[in-house]
Design a protein around this ligand. Sequence first.
Ligand SMILES: [Zn+2]
Length: 452
Amino acid sequence: MTNWLEEAKKYEAAMLKDLAGWIQIPSVLDEANATKEAPLGTANVDALEYFLDLGKRDGFVIKNIDNLAGHIEYGAGNELVGVLGHSDVVPVGEGWLHGTAFSGAVEDGFIYGRGTQDDKGPMMAAYYAVKMLKDLGLPLSKRIRLIDGTDEESGWRCVDRYFATEEMPDTGFSPDANFPLIYAEKGMLNFNIVLNHNDDAIISLSAGDRSNMVPEDARVEFRCSDNLEVAYQAYLDKHNYEGTFDRNGDVQVLTIKGKAVHGMQPALGINALYILFEFLDNHIESPLINLVQKFLDTDGTKFGISHTGVIGNLTINAGVFSYVNGKFDITVNLRHSQEWDADAGLKTMTTALAPFGAFIENAEKKAALYVPQDDVLIETLAGVYRKQTGDNQELLTTGGGTYARVMKKGVAFGMLFEGTEDRMHQTDERVPVADLIKAIAIYAESLYELAK
Ligand SMILES: [Zn+2]
C-alpha cells in the first residue's frame, strides 16, 4: 500500500525549486501592454509556459490555448478528471517584509511570494501529485488534466476561451480555496434597478464602484431651503459616522463614510448610500430616496424575497448608485441558495417596482454550484482528506464564487488548511512548506481514487 505522505516528502526540494521559479514570474494582469499574442500581458504568458514546460520536461502531454490557458495531461482512457487552477496573481501592494513579492524565498519553513497560496502553490502541489502517480506507475483507467488559467483574478477570459474548444472534464476539483472542500456555492443574480425621473430636490449622487462590494462612500447634492448642517452633524454624532457638509445658497452637498465589505455578506458592512438616505428621508422629498428606503436592505425582506436554503440566506447588495440625466441607476448583486427560483424572484421584484415607475434592466443569472454530499466525488475527496489529516470537520459552502464553478461537476478542494493563516491577496503571502507536502499527498491519493 502506498504511503502517500512519505512519497510526497521525497519531492520537497524539487517542488520548492520549481515553485520558486514560478513565483518569480510577476504574472499580474497587464492590459496596458497587452498584444494579440499576449492578451493579458507577457508575464501571464510566461507563467503559463513555465508550467507547461515542467510538464514537457517530465514527459506529459501539454497544450497551450491561445496563451490564455493550457493543460498538462497524463494517462489514457475516455473519461477525464480535471484539476483547474490559475497562475495569474493579484497586484502585490506595499510593505513586504520577507523578501519581495516575487522572491520565492524560503524562510522558517514557509515559502514567500505572491501566488504561494493563490494559486501557484496549490497548482504546484497538484502537479507533483500527478508526477508522483506517474513515477509510481500506478495503473489508471482515466486521464488526468491539470488546467492552468491566466485570468482567474479578473475576467475569467482564460476558462471562457479554454472551454470554448477544449474538453470539459467529467469530474474534478479546483485547488483554489479551502480544505476540507466546498460543495456548494450560491447562485447569483446581477441586475440594475432603474428609475427615470427628474428630481426636484436631488441634483446629483454617487456611491460605490463595484457591484460585489458594499459602497464605502456616498455623496448627494440636493436643493433644500432649510440649512441641514446642524441636523446632519447631530446625525453623524449619534451614529458615530464620518461625513462632510457643504452649502452654497440652497444647494447642499453631503458626504458620508460607510463600511466596505465584500458584497457576499452585505450585513457585515454599512452601505454609505443607505445611511445617507436614511438621514435625508426626514428632510427632503424625493422618489429616489423613497425607492431605496422601500426596497433595499441586505436580505431581500423589503422586496418580499428573503429565503434560506442549503447554501444559506439570500443576500442582496446594492453596490453602485448613479443619477445622470434623470436616470437613477442601482447596480445590484443578489446571491441565493440553489433552491431559490431566480425567475420567480425577478418577477416578484418587477411587480413590486412597477407602481413606483421603476423597473429591472440587464438581469444576468449564474446558477448555483451544488454537488450532493453523497456524490462519489465528494465522498472520495472528503474520504481521502479525512483519512490523511484526521480532521472530520463539516464540509463547506460559500456565498462567493470559486473557480470550481466553471466545471460541469467540480468542487473547490484546498489547499488552505485549517489553522494556516489566510494571506491570499495580502502582503507577505506565504505557505508552509509542510502544507505543500501534505497537499501533494492528499491530491495524489484523491486523483488516484478518481482516475483508477
Ligand atoms: Zn485564486
